[in-house]
Design a protein around this ligand. Structure first.
Ligand code: BV8
Ligand code: ZN
Length: 259
């Protein structure tokens, strides 16, 4: 049962000097990007993360992993920010400091207008050499290469080769077993400690260390607000649960707090 927009919640939002937004795949769901774990549409229902999102998987089957991530990239490029992304972007015109720490590898927060976005799990729009690490900004496959009838999750596609050392080009995402980028993690950790309100939107809170952030925020006195279709295991933080779709709840919350 949703807590609704209590007077306390609205007051804390209005008084906030710093708001942290931690987003997961559910924040992009209404834009048309499948989530990872939703039973109905979750990609992980079809693909085992250890089969796809690890360096070992890439070395074992680079065409499968590169094809899947290129499908993700092409899909994300076709999608548009939804009203939830736009409401988050609007926050920065209303609150002195807003930090968006996203687990998502799409760029929908940026395209909605959010300025301070840190990608804890990297970005599908960046690539680098698996061997020497040099950034690779080469051409992305054309639609013809990733034909529209590609099965959900993409098709086998050989990764490009590094012009410097000939190594395979890999997606600039953080795979399981890889550390998060230090700069992004530090920014998110600081924001969790400094924020007055932490809005946790569209995440199942199962991937660590990102899932630690709401707890860190709570331990430093922040009010934790969860926006999700279902509760995600944050009840013990004594925050607010706003049940519903991000694209509906977030605009309503921001409009109520700042009419
Ligand atoms: C690391 C990139 C160490 C790829 C991803 C404890 C501590 C530390 C690590 C671990 C630990 N326990 C286990 C680990 C290992 C692992 C981990 O957490 N495993 C899990 C599965 C148990 N963690 C790691 O490997 C991390 N690295 O720890 O390194 C290290 C340190 C030093 C040196 C070497 C190593 C790295 C994890 C990053 C993995 N990469 N993505 C890609 O995306 O292609 S994770 C992947 O899952 C995505 O980033 C995704 O964002 C993330 C989390 O999923 P969610 O975003 O929450 O999505 P999900 O589908 O699960 O949930 C959607 C939610 O939205 C649901 O709740 C649903 O109800 C809701 N929803 C749906 N629609 C809507 C909605 N809500 C609102 N509105 C809607 N419309
Ligand atoms: Zn190289």
């Amino acid at each position: 049962m949703s807590d609704g927009f209590s007077r306390e919640l609205i007051q804390r939002l209005r008084e906030a000097r710093h708001i942290l937004v931690l987003s997961g795949a559910g924040a992009s769901a209404e834009s048309g990007i499948p989530t990872f774990r939703d039973a109905l549409t979750g990609l992980w229902e079809r693909f085992d993360p250890s089969q796809l999102a690890t360096a070992e998987a890439f070395q074992a089957d680079p065409e499968m992993v590169w094809g899947w991530q290129e499908w993700q990239r092409t899909l994300a490029a076709r999608c548009q920010p939804n009203p939830g992304h736009l409401a988050i972007a609007r926050l920065q015109t209303l609150v002195p400091h807003v930090t968006v720490a996203t687990q998502n590898v799409d760029d929908l927060h940026e395209r909605a207008g959010s300025d301070t976005v840190v990608h804890l799990h990297g970005s599908i729009h960046s690539s680098r050499c698996f061997d020497c690490g040099v950034d690779w900004a080469g051409p992305v496959p054309t639609e013809a290469e990733l034909s529209a009838d590609a099965p959900e999750g993409g098709r086998r596609l050989a990764p490009p080769r590094c012009l410097d050392c000939g190594g395979m080009i890999r997606p600039g995402v953080v795979w399981f077993g890889e550390p998060m980028p230090q700069r992004e993690w530090s920014i998110a950790e600081y924001a969790a400690m400094a924020c007055d309100v932490a809005i946790v939107v569209g995440t199942s809170s199962v991937v660590y260390p990102a899932a630690e952030l709401p707890r860190l925020a709570h331990s430093w006195g922040a009010l934790v607000v969860e926006v999700n279709l279902e509760r995600g295991g944050l009840e013990d933080l004594g925050g607010h649960f706003l049940g519903g779709a991000a694209g509906q709840v977030l605009p309503a919350l921001v409009d109520t707090a700042w009419p």
